[in-house]
Design a protein around this ligand. Structure first.
Ligand code: ATP
Ligand code: MG
Length: 405
């Protein structure tokens, strides 16, 4: 991508009402645009980050046999009425709207009901199970407070996976596979060390669920953890009974503020029972299917990565999610010419700052945008046939050969 050809620009200031650091930096660096509180546009650079995160998740889920689909945002009340969740008392974040032909619709805040309903068409025999489907989909939630940049949106991108099984044991088996796949995702995003699988409230059907909590000062959750004992627990369920279940004492745990980047749930029969998702088993008896659901906040993750690695100069993306690997600058006549050649070779992974502005301004933008490697080719470095390559994270500069002798 050539900066001279794109509308993308860095901005001196973020909107006045944008108080979160991830929001301020992402707006200033030209990744996102704020429409209103909790509602953001993803500009070309931001979209590339989102697509990189999606690719990592997609690879890990496809690896454990999941299939991707895409459900609708518009929802008819019927399946939700069967579970009691169309009520604003049950789900207090619904956006609802009226059909011009009459009747009310909802904008999906999650998709357990529609996916369970959909699977009634495709699951009829034990031979159809197990089955795992996921989507990347925009969710709508009328959140009371949306002041954390893209960490809490009223419209946000989630990856939601649903699994269907013929037994609780099979659900347990797959749940453990998802736990591993999720940790792989967070490791690839360089959040492996700071993301803890945390015991959380399980609702009516399971004693516990698990959240994936990334330690982060601006997170909304409080967790207690002990890394050596490999336990973490959300404050919401921290009590004597939970401590006994986990085999730890309160004074062995450290408190931390964290952001929930994912969460996994053994739903068992919670939705399949009221929605009547049944199959015929080997012995010809009719049974209700077991279910699990597994979410990852894709846009929240982008915000978490932005918050986690940023420094006083701007964003610092891990290479796995950065929109481009190189930020290319040519200085002087020969430098500019050689930069063109470098760009031709590495177009896919290069953001080429070919604008007619001072090098100092380009360097400041390179830092604000957080591209992992800045490549500077100047008449000076070309004297030895080289270019300077600077690591955004460490600030270290090395020389690399660009000219053959
Ligand atoms: P939270 O406790 O943060 O409100 P939740 O428990 O309601 O989230 P789920 O319904 O399980 O979350 O959604 C799955 C994932 O989607 C969450 O783990 C989180 O990462 C992300 N998520 C939830 N709500 C939002 C939101 N308003 N904006 C951005 N991401 C969100
Ligand atoms: Mg939660």
């Amino acid at each position: 991508m050539r900066l001279s050809k794109t509308f993308v620009k860095t901005l001196r200031e973020a909107p006045k009402d944008e108080t979160a650091r991830n929001g301020q930096l992402l707006v200033r660096a030209g990744y996102i645009h704020k429409e209103m509180a909790g509602v953001y546009d993803y500009l070309p650079l931001g979209l590339r980050v989102i697509e990189n995160i999606k690719s990592i998740i997609r690879e890990e889920l496809n690896n454990i046999g999941c299939e991707e689909l895409l459900l609708t945002a518009l929802q008819t009340p019927e399946p939700w009425e069967k579970t009691g969740r169309f009520s604003d008392r049950e789900i207090d974040v619904w956006f609802k709207t009226e059909l011009s032909s009459g009747g009310v619709l909802g904008l999906a805040p999650t998709h357990e009901e529609p996916i369970t309903n959909l699977m009634k068409t495709y699951i009829s025999s034990y031979k159809d199970l197990p089955l795992y489907v996921y989507q990347f989909q925009t969710k709508f939630r009328n959140e009371l407070r949306a002041k954390s940049g893209i960490l809490r949106g009223r419209e946000f991108l989630m990856k939601d996976l649903y699994s269907f099984h013929s037994s609780e044991e099979d659900l347990d088996r797959f749940y453990a596979e998802v736990e591993k796949a999720y940790m792989n995702v967070f490791e690839r995003l360089e959040l492996g060390d700071s993301t803890l699988e945390t015991f959380a409230s399980g609702g009516m059907f399971s004693k516990y669920s698990h959240e994936f909590q990334t330690i982060l000062p601006v997170g909304e959750d409080t967790i207690y953890y002990n890394k050596d004992k490999k336990v973490a627990v959300n404050k919401e369920v921290l009590n004597d009974e939970t401590l006994a279940d986990l085999g730890v004492k309160r004074d062995e745990l450290t408190e931390a503020t964290a952001a929930e980047v994912g969460n996994i749930f053994k739903l068992k029969l919670k939705y399949s029972e009221p929605l009547d998702l049944k199959y015929v088993d080997k012995d010809n008896s009719t049974k209700v299917a077991y279910m699990g659901c597994y979410g990852i906040g894709v846009s929240r993750l982008m915000g978490v990565v932005a918050e986690k690695f940023a420094d006083e100069k701007g964003l610092v993306w891990p290479e796995s999610v950065a929109p481009f690997k190189y930020y290319l600058v040519g200085i002087g006549e020969a430098g500019a010419k050689e930069a063109e050649i470098f760009y031709q070779k590495h177009q896919e992974e290069t953001l080429f700052d070919d604008r007619d502005i001072r090098p100092g301004e380009k360097f400041a933008d390179a830092e604000l945008m957080g591209i992992p490697y800045r490549v500077v080719i100047s008449d000076k470095t070309l004297a030895s046939g080289e270019a300077e390559i600077t690591d955004r994270r460490t600030g270290e500069t090395k020389l690399i050969k660009v000219l053959d002798d």
